[in-house]
Design a protein around this ligand. Structure first.
Ligand code: PEP
Ligand code: MG
Length: 590
């Protein structure tokens, strides 16, 4: 039966495929396709993993027969017996083999997929005893996964398979080779990074806001995604057909052939639109009245630099360096590792500037899932970004040295997030001097950097004089500026309807920052999600913005808006919008 789930549209486009449900805790399991000729060896690997666990349990059983009831209570023996039974369950193994042979999933992925199927059946059971057997099943699957570790093939082999198949192809070929849609209750930004190289054609999560970092990474992958879809991970079953309408923020489950045909058409239209935009790749971003606009890229990893170049960016306006720090079980990257990463980004941009933002972890970007900050009541107001850096000077100095060294290889701008206090500015500058002195002492080469501050706390936007005195440029982080101005947690879907870039207070802070910066002859960019939102391009131009930094996938669409705009004429209109009681309505009216 067809039904729709409504969520928040975070990444445009249409994806049609089969659902792959992944529990958040199992996201780090490798997901890749095997080649048809590798199916047998993959099944053998599964059997070897299972045998290793069976042997392990038998040895345990053996050892507890020699123990007394105190060290090895009766329940332990019974539990091991249950685990052995589950492991040897033919139905389980047959189903896992099905995912390998029919879908070409690697063994670990096949195993966790089947676990999701059975877990759901357990959840629906009336009998509490049986319901609790789910935990046993999870334990044995974990054991088999551990036993298989080290014997897997490299991650993400032939990953681009069939990501953009036409709807006709899908109907004809219902076995392998269909796009896959990932569905999870929640995904951390670090999880998303894992999936960046992956096989999935779209994402759906139950939780998350439009500018949560999970959504931002989804957008950077340029694949349709819906977050805040509430019960999606419970309502959709493994392998169901689903459509993601990334424009409307809707998920359609088990679509009829008429709906499939309609969305297949939409998908093709979008492909055509993309093709048309490609023609603007080499056109300079200049408005009709001759204003040259700088279009920069936001990146998460050094390897994204080539995507930025391919999209026609004239530099990187935001390299979110924290992604180098995540998912490493607390082992932070050292100076050399960071230096190499920044240098790769700088060299990748071939002489164009790269703005490296110092680490911004905390709130919805924990270093590790296990370190998720639930201990603090308000992590978004807590120790994140520059506050975290200043709290750990050794770590901060390591990063500053690495960035300074990378600046010897090309144009580097250094951007500092979440500043609000004069004391933070002074400390940052003094650490920067210290980092230079340390490199001097070691006789290590480094280069000059332009220094920028992110304006993303209302207090910063309201004390611009201070920032303009110490920094060469400003970059407005509208994602956080909106969050902190309106007191709306950007990652919380339950208040997402109040997260409003067009709130007069937000527009006032953005406009004043642009105007004061320009009056002092300083560059001002916007690097939050507003910069890549084509519905806001004209407004930002009218407010005087001349530098936009966004996901590479958005650059050409924003450029199209710029080419059609007359910045001079937009200025009085933008002021009217800003002063209106309801700016959204005022914008729609004109
Ligand atoms: C912002 O806050 O707008 C921004 C660009 O930084 P981040 O999204 O990484 O917090
Ligand atoms: Mg921010």
């Amino acid at each position: 039966m067809t039904f729709a789930i409504h969520g928040l549209n975070v990444s445009r486009g249409v994806a049609i495929g089969r659902a792959v449900l992944v529990a958040s805790s199992r996201v780090d399991v490798a997901h890749y396709f095997v080649q048809p000729h590798e199916v047998q060896s993959e099944i053998d690997r599964l059997f070897r993993g299972r045998s290793a666990v069976v042997d392990e349990i038998r040895r345990l059983q053996e050892s507890i027969t020699h123990m007394g009831p105190k060290e090895a209570p009766h329940e332990l023996g019974a539990l091991l017996e249950v685990h052995l039974m589950l492991l040897q369950d033919e139905e389980l193994i047959t189903s896992v083999k099905h995912w390998i042979t029919e879908r070409l999933y690697n063994a670990e992925w096949a195993m966790t997929t089947q676990l999701e199927v059975i877990a759901r059946q357990f959840d629906e059971m009336e009998d509490e005893y049986l319901r609790e057997r789910k935990a046993d099943l999870e334990q044995i699957v974990e054991r088999v996964l551990r036993a298989m570790k080290g014997s897997s093939s490299p991650i993400m082999v032939h990953q681009t398979r069939a990501v953009r198949k036409s709807q006709q192809d899908l109907l004809l070929d219902d076995t392998v080779d269909v796009p896959l849609i990932l569905i999870a209750h929640d995904l951390s930004p670090a999880d998303m990074l894992q999936f960046k190289q992956s096989v999935f054609a779209g994402f759906i999560t139950d939780v998350g806001g439009k500018t949560s970092h999970t959504a931002i990474v989804a957008r950077s992958m340029d694949i349709p995604a819906v977050v805040g879809a509430r019960l999606a991970s419970q309502l959709v079953r493994q392998d169901d057909w689903v459509i993601i309408d990334g424009d409307a923020g809707v998920v359609i489950v088990d679509p009829s052939s008429i709906i499939l045909a309609e969305y297949g058409f939409k998908q093709r239209q979008r492909e055509l639109e993309r093709g048309r935009l490609q023609r603007l790749l080499h056109t300079p971003a200049v408005t009709m009245d001759g204003e040259r606009i700088e279009l920069l890229a936001n990146i998460e990893m050094p390897e994204d630099a080539h995507i930025a170049l391919k999209a026609g960016a004239v530099g990187v306006g935001l390299f979110r360096s924290e992604f180098l720090f995540m998912g490493r079980q607390g082992r932070l990257p050292g100076e050399e590792e960071q230096y190499q990463a920044y240098k790769r980004a700088v060299e990748g941009m071939q002489g164009l500037p790269v703005t490296i933002r110092t680490v911004d972890v905390g709130a919805d970007k924990p270093l590790d899932e296990s370190l998720r900050d639930d201990a603090h009541l308000n992590p978004a107001l807590g120790l994140r970004a520059i506050r975290w850096s200043l709290a750990d000077p050794a770590m901060f100095l390591t990063q500053l040295r690495a960035i300074l060294r990378a600046a010897a290889h090309g144009k580097v701008h250094l951007l500092v997030p979440m500043l609000a206090h004069a004391s933070e500015i002074r400390q940052t500058l003094s650490h920067l001097d210290h980092a230079r002195a340390m490199l001097d002492n070691r006789g290590v080469a480094y280069g000059p950097v332009k220094l920028g501050a992110m304006i993303e706390i209302p207090a910063a936007a309201l004390s611009l004089r201070l920032f303009l005195k110490y920094f060469d440029f400003l970059s407005i982080g509208t994602n956080d500026l909106i969050q902190y101005t309106l007191a709306i947690d950007r990652a919380d879907e339950s208040v997402a309807h109040l997260y409003d870039p067009l709130h007069p207070a937000v527009l006032r802070l953005v406009a004043d920052t642009i105007a004061e910066g320009r009056a002092q002859g300083k560059d001002v960019a916007v690097c939050g999600e507003m910069a890549g939102d084509v519905s806001l391009t004209r407004l930002l131009l009218g407010l005087g913005l001349r530098s936009f930094s966004m996901h590479p996938a958005q650059i050409l669409a924003v450029k199209q808006e710029i080419l059609r705009a007359d910045a001079g004429k937009l200025a009085p209109w933008a002021r009217r919008v800003m002063d209106a009681e309801d700016p959204a309505r005022e914008m729609a009216a004109n």
